[in-house]
Design a protein around this ligand. Sequence first.
Ligand SMILES: Cc1cc2nc3c(=O)[nH]c(=O)nc-3n(C[C@H](O)[C@H](O)[C@H](O)COP(=O)(O)OP(=O)(O)OC[C@H]3O[C@@H](n4cnc5c(N)ncnc54)[C@H](O)[C@@H]3O)c2cc1C
Length: 392
Amino acid sequence: MPDSPFLIAGAGIGGLTSALALARIGQPSIIVEQRTRIDDIGAGIQLSPNVSRILIELGFGPALAKAAAEPKQLLIRSGKSGKILGGMALGDAMRNQYGAPYLTIHRADLQTILLDAVRGSDAIRLAFGRTVAAIDDNSQMSVTIRCDSQSASENVTGKALIGADGLWSNVARLIGDPSKPEFRKHIAWRGLVARKDWPADLPTNETRLWLGPGAHLVHYPIRRGEFINLVAVTSDIDNAPGWSRAGEPSMIQKRFARWHPDAVRAIHAVSEWTIWSLFDRAPRKAWSDNRVVLLGDAVHPVLPFLAQGAALAIEDAYVLSTELSKKPDDPSAAFTAYADIRKPRTSKVQAAARRNGDIYHMRWPLSMGRDFTMSRMTFADHYSWIYDWRYV
Ligand SMILES: Cc1cc2nc3c(=O)[nH]c(=O)nc-3n(C[C@H](O)[C@H](O)[C@H](O)COP(=O)(O)OP(=O)(O)OC[C@H]3O[C@@H](n4cnc5c(N)ncnc54)[C@H](O)[C@@H]3O)c2cc1C
């Protein structure tokens, strides 16, 4: 008799990777996704060596090589004066130091790579347009979820449930944690520029980070350099909790008007912006309950100031499948082991990301101390605890 499938709530980066990692250890799964299709808005994502290593191990090296860019360096500059504050070599230097590349990719391209693999796997079923609305976890051998669609409700039974349902996780609520994420008073503006519309003298193969009072700007290439991705973050108050919405270009142009001319020109090159309010939460105490476990943003959302949210979700999926391969008949024990392994790292990254937000946005005179420290830092070593992460 074939194995009973794992149920996965959410076809985000964490849910898709979980299904693929489970298929690799011979475990079938059903992914239940509330959206009717996946149409990611234009935004980039950085894949540091800790996560590119996992994706390569899962067989995505060739697909990433076709779709991603590999910037040659990170350069940090003062948003006001343009002075170089620090940086680190990426490209071959990352491959040599960490055995895996530092890549930058369009989110939609990463989702497509994962989705194609999911669709090509006999072990994975993907059900769109269904929300995980209730859980019955009272059996010793299985868990049953109620999936609601526009027209009907159906019950689906599986071996266990992985809640990869993001920041506003319903699975977390259903297993008894009603706490909500907290708005961190940062707003992220994201936009893309086709290379032909990008000022010719601005870098196309570099990640550039501009730091200024109450705001920062980062830009890097994606899609092998065909586009430049920009993220501008401001510490202005806006309490709208939605996931994303359109941003008015003149507002962000005004906000950065007195920055270095290169930063101003980068901002002006974008014609369409999408805005995110940024949230995280204190680490959840319970990551699992019997045959239900949480993963990714559902359990440890991170602010984007270290570019590690999706990376942590992928690391989670990898560790979870490894623990399940050791205890295939005892998911609840595997879930406890997974949580014990992941809690220290994810809370450390969460805290470091939050701290980076404060550091990036420092105002004078504190910014003078920051700039002095940065000018003496070796960033590749400073972040080696993130990039050198491995789990065997
Ligand atoms: C401005 C910004 C920049 C970022 N840059 C980076 C970066 O460079 N590098 C990086 O690693 N990370 C980055 N991140 C973080 C990253 O985007 C997230 O951490 C990551 O997408 C989390 O993945 P996830 O699968 O856990 O959740 P999600 O991507 O949120 O996926 C959850 C899925 O579950 C579905 N769902 C929700 N509820 C239900 C339900 N009840 N039933 C069924 N389905 C449901 C949702 O529709 C969604 O598809 C950034 C984030 C922001 C905001």
